[in-house]
Design a protein around this ligand. Structure first.
Ligand code: MLT
Length: 203
């Protein structure tokens, strides 16, 4: 199969459910395994490592400065990740019916790009500390999309108005978005993960 991305697949007890795990800058495919298990202990887990390096730190796309993205690279990498995920889901989880992306920071930003720019690949998305990935290109219809946003009112890396603008863009395209705000800076806390778990299990 397509092997553009280093990854790990852990088979769950329920073949219908898959969680795609997308780490933050400097992370890897293992980072969100425990978060994934907490969200749904029965789902299969697909952890994927970003294949761009920034000073030895893996990411999903290049940036010119903190919060300033190299859009050409963003679109190229999002397409590459989209093709990888399609292939990996067919290969590892052919019986999947409910695919959920869980992304943190840079991983949430590439997940937002997949939602906005690509055909449906995930039914639900949990975006922890995400910002607007691009502004100058069309955004897909998102009537199908269920999205949980976790954000920091005092996040020094992702300003509050960035996440709010992303929420507005997603809602304007028809997505159902639940937003939750915390006072813990850029950190992903257990409280946030617990609320994402509650949201995931509320359908
Ligand atoms: C990004 O580059 O995607 C954001 O600035 C968040 C991060 O530092 O990963």
């Amino acid at each position: 199969m397509n092997d553009t991305h280093q990854h790990i697949f852990i088979e769950g007890t329920d073949p219908k459910k898959v969680l795609i795990l997308l780490h933050g800058t400097g992370g890897n495919e293992h980072d969100l395994i425990n978060v994934g298990k907490h969200i749904d202990s029965t789902a299969s887990l697909l952890g994927v490592r970003g294949n761009v390096m920034e000073g030895g730190m893996p990411r999903y796309f290049r940036r010119l400065a903190e919060g300033v993205f190299d859009e050409e690279d963003l679109f190229f990498r999002a397409e590459q990740l989209y093709l990888f995920l399609k292939d990996a889901l067919l290969h590892y989880a052919p019986k999947s019916e409910l695919v959920t992306a869980i992304g943190y920071s840079n991983g949430a930003n590439i997940a937002a790009t997949l939602l906005m720019k690509h055909k449906k690949i995930m039914d639900r998305s949990i975006l922890f500390h995400a910002m607007v990935p691009y502004r100058n290109q069309p955004v897909h219809e998102l009537n199908y999309a269920q999205i949980f946003i976790g954000a920091g009112v005092n996040d020094p890396i992702i300003p509050k108005n960035e996440t709010q603008e992303l929420i507005n863009v997603l809602r304007a395209k028809g997505a159902t978005v639940e937003d939750n705000w915390y006072n813990n800076g850029h950190q992903l806390t257990i409280e946030e993960v617990q609320q994402a778990h509650n949201w995931y299990n509320s359908f």
